[in-house]
Ligand binder design. Structure first.
Ligand SMILES: [Zn+2]
Length: 142
């Protein structure tokens, strides 16, 4: 562990995304009531405590809902997704009891009727681009 990784990062979307780039799905856990949040929250919505701490989640969850996206944002179009090649965006309920939306891989987006709520998922980090333009996206694999 370097000094940088042991420093407490702010409970912000930017810090969360920085962890994603490091292939870690982190949550903010409330030290008082133990609820975990992804994306992180600086103040616990449950008990209003500000005693939050970073915890690495198991990365395991299940599909709680999904949408097939035919016209996605630019960064998805750049990865070759369009009307003819749609992708699945879903809500994942993590083992820790928190939910997060992410791209779902390993499912056939052209057959949405075959996609089942409750499908077990594991965190997956999708990298796209080269060199400095390389970005890591949070995804879950069925
Ligand atoms: Zn709390």
């Amino acid at each position: 562990m370097s000094e940088e990784t042991t420093t407490i990062r702010p409970f912000s979307a930017a810090a969360f995304n920085q962890y994603i780039a490091e292939h870690k799905l982190m949550g903010a856990r409330c030290a008082k009531c133990s609820k975990t949040y992804t994306p992180p929250r600086a103040i616990c919505p449950n008990c209003h405590s500000e005693e939050m701490e970073w915890v690495e989640t198991s990365g395991k969850g299940k599909l709680a809902g999904f949408t097939v996206i035919y016209t996605g944002p630019t960064f998805m179009a750049e990865q070759g997704f369009d009307r003819k090649n749609p992708y699945v965006s879903g809500i994942v309920e993590l083992e820790e009891g928190t939910s997060i939306s992410a791209r779902i891989t390993g499912l056939d987006a052209t057959k949405p009727a075959e996609i089942k709520i409750g499908t077990p998922l594991n965190v997956d980090f999708v990298e796209f681009g080269e060199g400095e333009a390389k970005k890591t996206y949070l995804a879950f694999k069925a």
